[in-house]
Write a protein that binds this ligand. Sequence first.
Ligand code: 6PG
Length: 255
Amino acid sequence: PKPPNLYAFEGSAQLAASLRTYVLDAQNSSIERHNVFRVAVSGGSLPKVLGQALLKETGGEGKVQFDKWEIYYADERAVPLDHEDSNHRLVQEEILNKIPADMGKPQVFPIDVKYLDDIQELADQYEQTLVSRFAAKDSVRIPIFDLILLGCGPDGHTCSLFPGSPLLRESDAWILPISDSPKPPPKRITLSLPVASHGLKIGFVATGGGKKDVLKQIFDTEEGRQLPCGLINELAQERVSWFVDLAAAEGVSFP
Ligand code: 6PG
């Protein structure tokens, strides 16, 4: 297999433009294949960049067809949906609330806040949501998202899969609970590593000088390949594309 793709851009506008093309390509081939576009998104800085990529005036280079989108969360914090820590709230503020009427409305799958007090149940219920949308679990070993959009923490975490976590060895569950996240808030649910690495396409967005050391590790060292982001690179290879800026790419050897 070919190695992961790594694209570096001078500024956020160029990054957003390239991310737009990438997402639209994924959208168009998914709609052609099964008339739906199933996307999982994470929190952090990603929703804002994605909003910049999708919501700007188009100028004829393809159309965002939100009415064909199903949006899921690659990870989510166990907080009410209007809480300032909620990834859903972030996606609402940065994307959903700003979609012009003629782009259509996506179908969005937030966590079920009935289960906030029981993190295992919250994860199980979100897994059930995936089961119901991706067919019965026994017939589908793993849900295959058309696109998974992720961030990368300075420690190499992605989704809410943190370095050294026993969750990285989980091979059965699709969605996992975590109650001791080193990045606050502590209680979260996350895609498992097998689900995160089975996306048809997996896009990472990492910007700023705070990411350069971890990117160097992930692309250039054996230890870095064992970090959660590195593991996804190893497992998914050319299905992975990194969108980074020059500050984050400094010193990284391109694959
Ligand atoms: C979360 C995120 C998390 C994030 C990374 C990178 O909910 O905390 O999903 O995995 O993507 O921490 O965040 P930044 O892009 O903000 O650095």
